[in-house]
Design a protein around this ligand. Structure first.
Ligand SMILES: C[S@@+](CC[C@H](N)C(=O)[O-])C[C@H]1O[C@@H](n2cnc3c(N)ncnc32)[C@H](O)[C@@H]1O
Length: 274
């Protein structure tokens, strides 16, 4: 059993340490946060919420789960867990996955690397759904820009197709702790984009610049090809922002495809807190 007690949460209202029992998290100033029936805790106060339902929608999360469960992105999991083995040589490291979505990568990382993990996402629906992935993980609704995590308490941060918040990540990482980040590369899903859009502009995607609190250990640009059938392509489209940008005619172009050779291109970067 993984000890999530090792994860030091702080109150999102006053910053004091949070204690936990079966039903709630609470601080010395009596701010209290219920643990939902599914097992997640909502640590996103309204003042940190910039819309009624921030983050990914339920439809996007369901599509993400359906697509990821088919194993198309398993090489990304293997790449991340290999990097953890190389650069985070600690037994049962305290880990936080930021923008954890419905929990696919968080759960795989925790199970393969024996981390004590918290998965954090701004979407309540994401945390709710993630609970069914792994009960040994602490799932919390919170924002990456105000993490409910104590200073210098985390050995490993992961952010997979998610956000980079330099100062907040630097705050929670222990000295020597690592951040493993996966971001989309310039050719990510390029064949799909070429089918749905009339014009695709060349993009030179790079991970965000990082501050002097970090040094880069390694960065790789990775590519592999997947062969999704039409139905899976539609699911893939539904888990991306493209689904909101295209019209019906563009979306229907996918219906005429039997299957596609599709490039998955991402950048994996390992930064160390100095
Ligand atoms: C592209 S999805 C990636 C999810 C997951 N890492 C994966 O790859 O399956 C980005 C996730 O970040 C979450 N998100 C967006 N803004 C956020 C914020 N400010 N703080 C925490 N999570 C956020 C979204 O709700 C969404 O689940």
């Amino acid at each position: 059993m993984i000890q999530t007690e090792k994860i030091k949460l702080i109150c999102p209202v006053c910053g004091k340490s949070l204690e936990r029992n079966e039903k709630s998290c609470f601080c010395a100033k009596r701010h209290s946060f219920d643990i939902a029936r599914q097992g997640y805790v909502n640590l996103l106060p309204v003042q940190n919420k910039h819309s009624l339902s921030p983050g990914d929608t339920r439809a996007m999360l369901l599509a993400r789960r359906k697509f990821l469960d088919k194993g198309y992105y398993e090489p990304i999991v293997n790449d991340i867990t290999y990097a953890i083995g190389q650069y985070c040589k600690i037994d049962a490291p305290v880990a936080a996955d930021i923008g954890s979505g419905e929990g696919y990568y968080t759960a795989k990382i925790s199970q393969k690397c024996q981390t004590c993990s918290v998965g954090i996402d701004i979407a309540k629906e994401a945390a709710k759904m993630a609970c069914s992935r792994d009960k040994n993980i602490l799932w919390a609704v919170a924002t990456a820009s105000h993490l409910p995590i104590a200073d210098k308490s985390v050995d490993l941060l992961t952010a997979v197709f998610s956000l980079f918040v330099n100062d907040e990540y630097a705050r929670v990482l222990k000295n020597g702790g690592v951040l493993i980040e996966v971001t989309a590369g310039s050719e990510h899903l390029i064949e799909l984009k070429k089918i749905i859009y009339d014009q695709v502009f060349e993009q030179h995607k790079q991970p965000s610049p990082y501050g002097k609190q970090f040094k880069m250990l390694v960065q790789h640009n990775r590519k592999f090809t997947i062969h999704p059938v039409c139905e899976d392509l539609k699911v893939l489209l539904s888990m991306t922002p493209h689904i909101h940008r295209i019209n019906r005619e563009q979306s229907e172009r996918i219906d005429h495809i039997d299957h596609m050779d599709l490039t998955v291109n991402y950048v994996i970067r390992v930064l160390q807190r100095i």
